[in-house]
Design a protein around this ligand. Structure first.
Ligand SMILES: *Cc1c(COP(=O)(O)O)cnc(C)c1O
Length: 374
């Protein structure tokens, strides 16, 4: 490749569409604090998600922190380490103890068979992750939560625009968080949102995200600042218009990857169920079994890097192996998560990635397989 190819590339709307809104912001002299553009975005977002209570925020991480705070979660929270730093940090930063549950081999989401053995009288919530946009086993998680009276907060950072049996993925759990970071399939530069079906919970998150201010002279909660500004909201309005067209473009790329890579010895792909789920096709993780493939994950990454293709180890290391948690010794056996994290390589996938580039990436991976012992 002549130019460098990275794992993702932010989608941008035609610049004229954004400028229209910038002009509107200039005219209003209103830059933030839930202004006109924010309100328009929130309305469009709620309609898109088919949800009544949606709050656009400064980023997904703060939405997750405030979701935990809004539900008064205490003690232990069951979650997975096969995720971005944010999930575990949000739990720890709320003075809660993460308890790590292992993931399923088939799709890398939390293994419902292993949740109940981790529940103690201190457990108050489950924070599962729809990692790579693979929907968690939402029905089984719901049953477990009901049986043990636990709250469920989904880290849906990867799952924007997805549906399970035709229903928005945000319909499950007490709260869902989406991330609109530049690297995600839908972006507001930085940004995110919280979604809940409970009006009171939404009101509390709304107050928390604006310093806990309730009235002109009344501050009721120890909140912080997680407000989305007008420029972010403008980007959201513009990008949302192109979301479906971008999803379709990614699907073509995703399908080509699957056609080319699913037959290669020693490479594993996740199990997608397209009859049940509507995906957003924003990640293309492959898992390298070095014995079978003839080369390990790191060697394959190097091989691609030589051709200026920069695949990423999403997610390595797993969060319970982070240096900042070295001395804490969290509970939970996460063998499969650890194994997966040593095998995973996320390949470039974004709406305007050339199909020729995809063919070339697949050629390198195919040749790599030929390199080693079978
Ligand atoms: C991106 C991401 C977040 C955090 O979202 P930000 O908008 O970047 O704060 C949380 N969890 C996961 C799994 C993510 O990938």
């Amino acid at each position: 490749m002549e130019e460098n190819i990275y794992v993702t590339r932010p989608s941008l709307p035609p610049v004229e569409e954004y400028i229209e809104y910038v002009r509107q912001i200039w005219d209003s002299h209103n830059l933030t604090n839930m202004g006109m553009v924010w309100q328009e975005f929130n309305k469009g977002l709620s309609a898109f998600l088919q949800e009544q209570h949606v709050l656009p925020m400064s980023n997904g991480h703060m939405a997750l922190e405030m979701a935990l705070q809004a539900l008064d979660i205490t003690g232990e929270v069951i979650t997975t380490p096969f995720t971005f730093a944010s999930t575990t940090h949000a739990i720890v930063r709320n003075n809660l103890t993460p308890v790590f549950c292992d993931i399923k081999e088939s799709d890398c989401t939390i293994d419902p068979d292993k949740i109940e053995e981790l529940i103690t009288d201190k457990t108050s919530a489950i924070v599962p992750v729809h990692v790579y946009g693979m929907p968690c086993d939402v029905e089984r998680i719901e049953k477990i939560a009901q049986r043990h009276n636990l709250k469920v907060i989904y880290d849906a950072a990867h799952a924007f625009g997805e549906r399970i049996n035709g229903v928005s993925i945000s319909r499950y759990g007490d709260i869902s968080m989406f991330s609109f970071h530049a690297t995600k399939c839908f972006n507001t530069i930085e940004g995110g949102c919280a979604v809940t079906r409970d009006k009171e919970t939404m009101l509390k998150i709304y107050q928390l995200h604006n310093f806990g201010i309730v009235g002109r002279e009344s501050v009721e909660l120890v909140g912080a600042n997680a407000k989305m500004n007008e420029f972010q909201a403008a980007m959201g309005i513009c990008n949302l218009k192109h979301f479906e067209e971008n999803r379709n473009a990614r699907k073509v790329i995703f399908n080509r990857y699957r056609e080319r890579l699913s037959g290669i010895n020693g490479l594993r792909l996740l199990d997608y169920d397209e009859d049940k789920n509507t995906y957003n096709y924003s990640y293309m993780p492959i898992f390298v079994d070095s014995a079978e493939y003839g080369m390990n994950r790191d060697a394959l990454r190097e091989l691609l890097a030589k051709k200026h293709i920069y695949a990423r180890k999403y997610f390595y290391p797993i969060t319970n192996k982070f240096n900042c948690y070295k001395n804490i010794g969290f509970r939970g056996n996460t063998e499969i998560a650890e194994q997966k994290s040593k095998q995973v390589l996320a390949l470039p996938l974004y709406a305007d990635l050339n199909i020729e580039t995809v063919e070339e990436i697949c050629n390198v991976i195919e040749e790599g397989a030929g390199n080693g012992v079978r």
